[in-house]
Write a protein that binds this ligand. Structure first.
Ligand code: KIV
Length: 289
């Protein structure tokens, strides 16, 4: 948290990206990101759900633990899934504790200090660092009227800004700002002393976050604000097509990729099978004699 705060003070941009498994966490950590978010976006990009609403605490604990096994240098933030913090403060504390026990360094809730100030305060009191999330909060897409740009009007912008300011006041250590008008994100970034990390909210933030599957070109319909830095879908499809072709043509496995018995043992085996009791037993079993 101290490092992220120092980065804001020095105007060094913070890099956050999602990861949900050990191998990807290791790779993004080696690439030098500051924060790995085990986002509930895993419901859509990994598990094939149409929204994040079906993601459970068990899903989050499993994937936070997988990322933690990579032992990254980067901070691990675990997302609190839908209905793990909304119903009561005590449930929120227990569930956040499960993510920390699984290896997260901090948790993220969708909401700021106006909407979830009591939760932020309680988590902080329990010793759990909290990242808030304002603007478009996908767990509330039904209430918001879909996945839409937030803060296009002055009154809606003010609501988002107030939620972010209150998040800092209640004790959040950082705020994600998702899909707001850039002016909203800029205002929040200037007003807060904790870092802001943006997705789809423009460049005037202390950091940026992307869903790793979007950045790597693995999602068929990524949101318009993401950028594709690789086309892994094409690479994977091409590699698997080649593998299938080679299996069908008998090219794979080639002689470098299979191993035989010790010299002379195969002859002995044939002999055993043809003349030994293994042959008689097999014969007896086969014909029930
Ligand atoms: O779940 C997620 O990946 C997120 C990011 C989009 C910020 O919340």
């Amino acid at each position: 948290m101290k490092t992220l705060l120092e980065k804001k003070e020095k105007r060094e941009r913070i890099v956050m990206i999602t990861a949900y498994d050990t191998i990807t966490a290791r790779l993004v950590d080696e690439a030098g990101v500051d924060v790995i978010l085990v986002g509930d976006s895993l419901g859509m990009v990994l598990l094939g759900y149409s929204s994040t609403l079906q993601v459970t605490m068990d899903d989050m604990v499993r994937h936070v633990a997988a990322v933690a096994r990579a032992e990254p240098r980067a901070m691990i933030v675990g997302d609190m899934p839908f209905m793990s913090y909304e119903a009561s403060v005590s449930e929120a504390v227990h569930n956040a504790g499960k993510l920390l026990a699984a290896g997260a360094d901090a948790v993220k809730i969708e909401g700021g200090g106006e909407s979830y100030g009591d939760v932020i305060r309680a988590l902080r009191r329990a010793g759990i660092p909290v990242m808030a999330h304002v603007g478009l909060t996908p767990q509330r897409y039904k209430l918001l009227g879909g996945y839409r740009l937030m803060g296009k009007t002055a009154s809606e912008a003010l609501e988002v800004i107030r939620d972010a300011i209150a998040a800092e006041e209640e004790g959040a250590f950082a705020v994600v700002i998702e899909f707001t008008a850039w002016e909203v994100a800029k205002t929040i970034t200037e007003k807060l002393s904790i870092p802001t990390i943006c997705i789809g909210s423009g460049p005037y933030c202390d950091g940026q976050v992307l869903v790793v599957h979007d950045a790597l070109g693995l999602t068929p319909n990524p949101p318009p604000f993401t950028k594709q830095y690789a086309n892994l879908a094409e690479t994977i499809r091409g590699a698997v097509e080649q593998y299938a072709r080679e299996v069908r043509e008998g090219v794979f496995p080639d002689e470098k990729r299979y191993w035989g018995m010790k010299k002379g043992e195969y002859g002995k085996l044939i002999d055993m099978l043809e003349n030994g009791k293994e042959h008689r037993n097999h014969f007896r079993l086969k014909y029930n004699k």
